[in-house]
Write a protein that binds this ligand. Structure first.
Ligand SMILES: Nc1ncnc2c1ncn2[C@@H]1O[C@H](COP(=O)(O)OP(=O)(O)OP(=O)(O)O)[C@@H](O)[C@H]1O
Ligand SMILES: [Mg+2]
Length: 242
């Protein structure tokens, strides 16, 4: 049965889609059959970041509206056959998410992991993802606004029944941390009220690979950080690298 996890943030642009794609790629490359569904209607990006390009004819809205079978809307990553993607609608749409949990339930046996990349904030897609997921991953940056919004998301996830809520601090820079408004990372973890899953640096390699739809170099420090995050998700006790 697949482990279903949602990736969310309060503030937009914290790096949810980028982190979701690199996490999904890493899980898939480690041998796990992985599906990544993007629920950000009208702001599709996972197709580009994952390198599946503009192949998407059908999207998650078509599946939920019964216009096509989920398999027909599923794209395969050019990097590994173990990673499948269902894109968000290209244009903003009036998607009704009530059948979303039924959809992920119907895909349970086909995958080891199902990742749901949500839109920023607390819209319908967020609550649909909360219903479907058992693990909530909040992606926040080290600033007071992102952390305050992250706490709202963490509280909503908890109220929606999620009991495993983790935090990824993204775009981290030691040099800029002094301007973050926080004394140390523990204040951020306490602020969001979620267990730390990883700290990802602000990195030119990450933004370059996200634009090109390519994989991070196998021996790069960024790749090691994503590998460690995935091992933690897989239940291994791996030290957090900062
Ligand atoms: N660790 C990182 N280092 C450098 N750039 C990053 C990093 N993570 C994300 N980015 C860049 O930040 C921008 C926003 O990333 P992304 O689209 O993944 O955010 P998002 O949270 O999914 O946004 P939205 O709220 O619009 O869905 C992109 O240009 C991406 O390449
Ligand atoms: Mg996004």
């Amino acid at each position: 049965m697949a482990k279903v996890m949602m990736i969310a943030s309060g503030k937009g642009g914290t790096g949810k889609s980028t982190v979701a794609v690199f996490m999904a790629s890493e899980l898939a490359l480690s041998g796990s059959k992985t599906l990544l569904i993007e629920l950000d209607a009208g702001l599709r990006s996972v197709d580009v970041i994952s390198g599946t390009g503009r192949q998407a004819v059908y999207d998650i809205s078509d599946v939920l509206k019964g216009r096509c079978d989920p398999r027909k809307a599923t794209l395969t990553s050019p990097h590994t056959d173990n990673l499948h993607i269902i894109a968000a609608p290209y244009k903003s749409s009036d998607t009704d998410f009530t059948g979303f949990k039924r959809l992920t339930d119907s895909l349970y046996e086909d995958y080891d992991y199902i990742l749901i990349d949500t839109a920023a904030g607390l819209a319908d897609a967020f609550y649909a993802a909360c219903e479907a997921a058992t693990l909530g991953v909040i992606v926040a940056t080290a600033d007071v606004i992102s952390v305050r919004d992250g706490r709202l998301v963490s509280d909503e996830m908890y109220d929606a029944g999620l009991r495993d809520i983790r935090l990824i601090i993204n775009k981290f820079s030691r040099d800029n941390f002094k301007y973050s408004g926080f004394e140390d990372l523990d204040r951020i973890i306490d602020g969001v009220c979620a267990r730390l899953l990883g700290v990802i640096p602000a990195s030119a390699a990450i933004s370059k690979c996200a634009i090109n739809g390519s994989l991070l170099a196998p021996l790069s420090p960024e790749r090691q950080i994503f590998r460690a995050i995935c091992r933690r998700i897989q239940g291994q006790d791996v030290q957090i690298i900062i």
